[in-house]
Write a protein that binds this ligand. Structure first.
Ligand SMILES: Nc1ncnc2c1ncn2[C@@H]1O[C@H](COP(=O)(O)OP(=O)(O)O)[C@@H](O)[C@H]1O
Ligand SMILES: [Mg+2]
Length: 295
């Protein structure tokens, strides 16, 4: 049985003079320990879908089950990292994480909570910033604290809402690598749903990519498997044929949905062309070492 099961979910909002249908007949299954990325352009309904999964809002129609039970509000075993999910400004990085640990593990002593918080912060490279308040941290460091806070509670399920979306490109790239490492570690991986507008971020982190096809109302496209070994790094993926194939497939799906059926054929043709080229490239690469060995 999938850990997360979304079936026929629709969501609309009342707006001036009518109704905005944001999501229609959305279905999605996420297995235990799986990392699924939902990728789509701005305004397509990603945040709306994540709020539903997180139990912050309820669907108009359809059902959401997590861990075999119908979702009723925020789960205690869930952790969240949102784009601007603020830390408490008057607490140090250590106390921000310690507070979350205390809520998840009230049976631990303060000292035990503090040492677990410290360990997790060291794990995200913030061992030297434990005593700093959010105002004394860069945007990237603040998101590291938010990620540490989520991981330190040992959640059953994590919801990542464009966690790196507000960062500059270079900081985003380095934190992506960090997240890839953190999310790929250990055997008991946390079931994770991430929304993002970055296809590369999705390829770096996820087992499956689900394109959100803009409407309105938006629907979900067919999931695309990311069959790449872990840990993955941006540098490796930049030259990987499978990564290129997934990237082209996701972009073609999103582009086709955006520009209507007349362009669908063009996108499909572009993808076939790319696949032909990359298999050609693979053939060349295979002949080079053979030629060198012969010398
Ligand atoms: N509470 C709301 N009331 C009215 N419209 C909303 C509300 N929340 C989201 N929307 C609309 O739903 C659409 C999708 O929004 P959102 O889920 O935030 O997209 P994304 O996260 O992909 O950028 C947008 O057109 C947005 O304006
Ligand atoms: Mg959003």
């Amino acid at each position: 049985m999938p850990f997360i099961e979304v079936s026929g979910v629709s969501k609309s909002f009342p707006i001036k003079g009518g109704t905005r249908h944001v999501l229609q007949n959305v279905s999605l299954s996420v297995e235990q320990g799986e990392f699924v990325a939902i990728v789509g352009s701005m305004g397509s309904g990603k945040s709306t879908l994540l709020s539903l999964l997180a139990g912050l809002t309820t669907p108009d129609a359809g059902t959401i089950r997590i861990g075999g039970e119908p979702l009723k509000g925020i789960r205690r075993d869930a952790a969240f990292v949102f784009q601007n999910y603020s830390l408490l400004p008057w607490l140090t990085a250590l106390e921000n994480v310690r507070l979350a640990v205390g809520a998840a593990f009230p049976e631990l002593s303060r000292d035990q909570q503090r040492s677990r918080a410290q360990q997790t912060l060291e794990g995200v490279g913030l061992g030297n910033a434990l005593a700093r308040r959010p105002g004394q941290l860069s945007g990237g460091m603040r998101q590291r604290v938010a990620i540490a806070r989520a991981l330190a509670t040992e959640p059953q399920v994590m919801f990542l809402g464009e966690p790196l979306g507000a960062l500059d490109a270079l900081t985003r790239e380095s934190l992506q690598g960090e997240l890839a490492r953190l999310c790929g570690e250990g055997d008991g991986r946390v079931t994770t749903v991430m929304i993002t507008n970055s296809v590369d971020e999705a390829i770096l982190l996820s087992d499956r990519i689900v394109p959100i096809l803009p409407g309105p109302p938006a629907t979900l496209g067919t999931p695309i498997e990311v069959a790449l070994p872990r840990p993955r790094s941006a540098a490796l993926l930049a030259h990987d044929d499978e990564a290129a194939r997934v990237r082209t497939h996701v972009i073609a799906t999103l582009t086709a949905a955006l520009s209507g059926t007349s362009r669908t054929r063009k996108a499909a043709a572009a993808m076939r062309q790319h696949e032909a080229e990359s298999s050609e490239r693979k053939a060349t690469e295979m002949t080079i070492p053979a030629a060198e060995e012969a010398r």
